[in-house]
Design a protein around this ligand. Structure first.
Ligand SMILES: *Cc1c(COP(=O)(O)O)cnc(C)c1O
Ligand code: SF4
Length: 440
């Protein structure tokens, strides 16, 4: 198959905490804003690149611009207490080490490991913990290739932030492809392997294809779908256009499809502007030409996309580009969640009002969904019974597969932002899954 012509190159420039002042547009920020970036980025990781800065952010709208908010730290992303603590530390001329210590203490208070991700889902093989994998839902194994644990830019709401700041020291990461293959062979219930990170598409094809070649060679009949969770289409579409390994990466995709497996790119887009550049449109086309599917997902977040019109436009644009809307998530209870959080009732209202605006081809999307300890839980909606409002939820995925598709009910609470804020309806003592959950 002939891939479309190479588009114009764009050479990669990365910005982080230590060199963000080199971004020309930063000179338009006030001294106070620049200082705040310095203060907050001691705690929350910051990274951006010239595509995000030049083509996605509308600097005339800064600081309200959604992509600026998505990638640049600001004062409000820390609580006032944490912000003042770090500010005082820096103003007092503290050493690098002292600043690091304060940053670490603050980070420990930001719930670095929500939903028990470190302890609860790590699979075992021959008494050996597979630290680079998670197996929570029967059909799907998550794989964290060690070279894919960073990103082209960091999202300010990211729940993987502890691994970017060195708190997790790549605990998830592993190089042991053989163990992964062995695990998949022994666990014939697994149909899906999801490469995740960080962003696995930060890996050069030379490394990525080593994993894929080994998997395809092993010829595992139960493995039917290979998924790649990535933000690269949003943050660096040149990965599929003009990077050194662009064509080779696409050839690896083709190889997966030719082997008879489904290749699903789980693309992370937070705002329609990420779907508007020539580069992203070209990149999507080139990926689809390999026979891969692109499915899309994003959390719903205050100050970025908490508006039904934004979601309707995003889903419509995705479908126009032949991508399949998949999940709307609720932002996790970690990091700067207080700045981004949207109560569950409001998240559902945004979902409903967006869903109502689009046709069935966009309604492949499900949400709003919380990736919580017991499973992926969707807020189905608010109903009324006996003159009383009630919240209906259901499992999209359950730690116990038997929970999937089961509805359950919670007392109406328009302030609740997470499952743990909800109380069972009808005077029940606990939700139906709680007793069993305690066993995990
Ligand atoms: C979301 C998720 C999956 C995949 O779930 P699907 O509903 O099949 O997309 C697998 N494992 C974990 C831990 C997840 O959070
Ligand atoms: S792209 Fe994903 S993993 Fe990377 S910073 Fe954003 S949310 Fe986190």
């Amino acid at each position: 198959m002939q891939l479309s012509k190479k588009a114009e190159g764009f050479s990669y420039q990365s910005f982080a905490q230590h060199n963000f002042r080199m971004i020309p547009q930063v000179s338009n920020l006030s001294d106070e804003q620049i200082r705040d970036i310095e203060i907050v980025s001691q705690v929350l990781p910051f990274k951006s690149n010239n595509y995000v800065v030049d083509q996605l952010i509308n600097w005339n709208k800064v600081p309200d611009d959604p992509i600026y908010t998505l990638t640049f730290p600001r004062k409000e992303m820390l609580t006032d207490e944490h912000y003042q603590l770090m500010r005082k530390t820096m103003d007092a001329g503290a050493s690098k080490d002292e600043i690091k210590k304060v940053a670490h203490a603050i980070r420990l208070q930001l719930n670095p490991h929500p939903a028990g991700q470190l302890e609860h889902n790590v699979p075992m093989i021959d008494d050996h913990k597979l630290a680079g994998m998670q197996h929570k839902y029967r059909e799907t194994v998550l794989f964290f290739p060690s070279q894919g644990q960073t990103c082209h830019a960091y999202c300010s709401f990211c729940f993987r932030w502890p691994q970017f700041v060195g708190m997790d020291e790549w605990k998830f990461a592993m190089r042991e492809t053989e163990l992964l293959i062995k695990y998949l062979q022994e666990h014939t219930e697994v149909t899906d392997l999801l490469f995740t990170g960080g962003d696995p598409m930060i890996m050069k094809n030379k490394i990525f294809s080593t994993y894929i070649d080994a998997l395809l060679e092993a010829d595992i009949p139960n493995l039917q779908t290979i998924r790649i969770g990535t933000k690269v289409l949003g943050y660096w579409p040149y990965k599929f256009i003009s990077d050194d390994d662009a064509d080779d990466t696409l050839r690896t995709f083709e190889k997966i499809v030719k082997s008879g497996k489904n290749l699903a790119i789980m693309a992370h887009f937070n705002h329609p502007v990420e779907l508007s550049t020539e580069a992203v449109k070209t990149a999507i086309k080139r990926v689809l030409q390999t026979g891969a599917q692109i499915r899309t997902q994003s959390p719903v977040m205050r100050n970025i996309n908490a508006d039904p019109d934004i979601w309707a436009a995003m889903w419509r644009q995705q479908v126009n580009l032949n991508c399949i809307p998949y999940y709307m998530f609720v932002a996790r209870d970690t990091g700067a969640q207080h700045y981004f959080k949207v109560p569950l009732v409001e998240a559902w209202d945004i979902f409903r009002k967006a869903y109502q605006q689009v046709s069935g081809v966009c309604r492949t999307v499900r949400g709003p969904s919380m990736s919580a300890m017991p499973g992926k839980i969707q807020v189905l909606g608010i109903g009324e019974t006996g003159g009383k409002k009630i919240m209906t939820l259901r499992f999209l995925q359950g730690r116990n597969p038997d929970w999937a598709a089961r509805p359950f009910f919670a007392e109406y609470d328009d302030q609740a932002v997470w499952l743990t804020d909800l109380k069972p309806a009808f005077g029940d003592k606990q939700f139906f899954f709680e007793e069993e959950l305690n066993l995990y």
